[in-house]
Design a protein around this ligand. Structure first.
Ligand code: NAD
Ligand code: UDP
Ligand code: UDP
Length: 343
């Protein structure tokens, strides 16, 4: 069966390539799917600030207009309410494909929708990239490594993922998205880039998305106990959002397909993270233990040698430097929420 879009001829603009030093960069037209979300909105800021035209596609499942409101009225910025599960016609040079809920609470809320977003959404964006000859970057995840048997994780590791568990809609969805990207690359010559993102934090995270950093920071500000799941000895490696955005742009502009791990190798147990949050926000905060969720990976830490060598990228901001940078944003939003409730 031929899709409706077969009637639109492909556009052949040749390879984008790097602009040689000294020659002003061409202004690019860029789509950011999921651009109203946490990472997406910071990426949009960076692209607009360097002079590009940006179109955001978002269905506002976890994204918020507030994350982009400071850009409304900018003639180089467009925001389209659209679900990537449905096809769309656009003409751009690059596609950053971020649309997908990222926190376990959100992606488990409607797991079938999460799979549709990862599979049909990624297929549509790859079909779009193929038709218009755009470069396509997929934001995959460290979750493709599952509960890893190799530590730290290198890109060559194939992972240890439960195909039938509660996290599978996300983990397997992203694994399929990577497969699709590679098949479009090999079979249709689409210029793809794959980033495997490790836990990232910063301003504009949803207040109540259940992720550990947003939970602990909001709990400390609200004077509630920090909820540590399980024994708190499981580890994660936390990356500040501006480091990630720099990595995504470096990857998009590079000549390398990837996949590339983008994360901060600084590894912390959840109990250590709770201590850093206490030091940063409220030294009198208490800890409350809760049962852990199913299939929780025991440890996670990126090996970023590949990105260092080929993208000349590495994170600059440590957890102790980055956490304070999100506190005032959380304080303001929690205050507004309380005022809204008449507290
Ligand atoms: P987020 O939930 O803040 O942003 C996701 C955005 O996608 C939201 O604006 C949401 O409304 C939108 N969206 C979801 N489904 C959609 C659909 N079907 N159609 C259109 N829009 C849709 O999450 P984030 O932390 O900004 O994550 C962005 C991307 O990075 C995701 O693909 C995520 O899997 C990946 N990632 C993030 C992290 C992290 O720690 N933040 C880690 C690994 C991977
Ligand atoms: N697609 C899209 N916009 C486009 C081109 C394609 O949304 O500009 C969608 C299209 O609806 C299809 C998917 O991308 O479902 C894959 O397109 P492709 O051309 O690769 O495959 P086919 O149309 O043959 O399924
Ligand atoms: N976690 C926790 N307290 C919370 C939320 C999460 O101890 O309030 C733990 C969770 O069990 C996991 C780790 O923190 O071991 C990271 O969870 P998150 O949901 O942030 O990310 P992911 O599991 O996707 O890495």
């Amino acid at each position: 069966q031929v899709s409706d879009f077969a009637q639109y001829p492909p556009i052949n603009r040749g390879k984008l390539g790097r602009v040689p030093a000294g020659i002003p960069r061409k202004r690019s037209r860029i789509v950011v799917t999921g651009g109203a979300g946490f990472v997406g909105s910071h990426l949009v800021d960076k692209l607009l600030d360097r002079g590009d035209d940006v179109i955001v596609i978002d269905n506002f499942f976890t994204g918020r207009k507030e994350n982009l409101v400071h850009r409304f009225g900018n003639p180089r910025f467009e925001l389209i309410r659209h679900d990537v599960v449905e096809p769309i016609l656009l003409e751009v040079d690059q596609i950053y494909h971020l649309a997908c809920p990222a926190s376990p609470v959100h992606y488990k809320y409607n797991p079938v929708k999460t799979i549709k977003t990862n599979v049909m959404g990624t297929l549509n964006m790859l079909g779009l990239a193929k038709r218009i000859g755009a470069r396509f970057l997929l934001t995959s995840t460290s979750e493709v490594y599952g509960d890893p048997l190799e530590h730290p994780q290198k890109e060559t590791y194939w992972g240890n993922v439960n195909p039938i568990g509660e996290r599978s809609c996300y983990d397997e969805g992203k694994r399929t998205a990577e497969t699709l990207a590679m098949d479009y690359h090999r079979g249709a010559d689409v210029e793809v880039r794959i980033a495997r993102i490790f836990n990232t934090y910063g301003p504009r995270m949803c207040l109540d998305d259940g992720r550990v950093v947003s939970n602990f920071v909001a709990q400390a500000i609200r004077k509630q106990p920090l909820t540590v799941y399980g024994d708190g000895k499981q580890t994660r490696s936390f990356q500040y959002v501006s480091d990630l955005v720099n990595g995504l742009v470096a990857l998009m502009e590079s000549e390398h397909v990837g996949p590339f791990n983008l994360g901060n190798p600084g590894e912390f147990t959840m109990l250590e993270l709770a201590e850093v949050v206490k030091e940063t926000i409220d030294s009198s905060a208490t800890i409350e233990f809760r049962p852990n969720t199913a299939d929780d990976p025991h440890k996670r830490k990126p090996d970023i040698s590949k990105a260092k060598e080929l993208l000349n990228w590495e994170p600059k901001i440590s957890l102790r430097e980055g956490l304070p940078l999100m506190v005032s944003d959380f304080q303001n939003r929690i205050l507004n929420e309380d005022e809204g409730k008449g507290l």
